[in-house]
Ligand binder design. Sequence first.
Ligand code: PBG
Length: 322
Amino acid sequence: MSTFPATRLRRLRRTGPLRSLVRETRLDLESFVLPLFVAPETVCNEALPAMGRLSLDDLVREVEECAGLGVSAILLFGVPDEQDKDDEGSGAWIEDGIVQRALRELSPRYPELLLLTDVCLCEYTAHGHCGALHDGEVANDETLDLLARTAVSHVEAGADAVAPSDMMDGRVGAIRTALDDAGHPVAPILAYSAKYASAFYGPFREAAGSAPAFGDRRGYQMDPANVREALRECELDLAEGADVLMVKPALPNLDVIRAVRERFDAPLAAYNVSGEYAMVKAAAAAGFLDERAAALESLTAIRRAGADVVISYWTKELARWL
Ligand code: PBG
């Protein structure tokens, strides 16, 4: 290997065009998914603009604007009225549920836009857990049917793909079977395969009104200390029919993204979650960081670690930045 002075790595760093020429990781809008929250009424979020709740009308307006900017995929979350929540989370699958109504508005209007939906019960259960309760615990097997029903209702209302985020064992298989039985064998499943019980979901739970009323989610979401377990989750999800794997949150788990990338050939998504967005927003508001630079660096790192798809609250800004 030649060494200094023959080799000078700074040569290719000297100008913008040289740096661009040899850049190993690029951000392209087609790889990004924008989460959006649909609710009975619009509630703006001053500090975290991408985390506001949108009424159906405002959702259509927002999607119109985002599609115009080149955003190619959205991930819909429903935030029902507090009084419509029940123990099973039936608002998740009912015919006129908030997400189903949003899908029926959006899917005929934006045939080119990918409409993904989060499949989970926590926004719809009165207790805020991601499944039905049995003796104070989230009952795995009883929840599967509820999730499957939810997924089918999303696809029938116009979702292009469903993303189960509940972390019940066997949910991918249950959803795959239900979709196939309902005549939707081509609807893909983007599985939140390695979803950790994370402190970084705080702003999301505020936005979605989905904080658990008691306890926490460590009985079903993964322990952040584990990486081999993440590979087992991915392996099982693929065996059950997952089309895309996901690691979440992204930045604390870049090593997990890399490990999954190296082990499996399936497309891999990473969720740059609400707390990761909020940290940069808050630091930028305090004058400590440049938001754009910090966001672009974070998103690049997630792609470099091995994510093909990135779910990020910066997706709309990214459309302007790129
Ligand atoms: C629903 C769900 C959560 C997130 C996505 N889907 C919250 C949770 O598991 O408590 C978090 C997303 C974010 O923080 O941006 N289960």
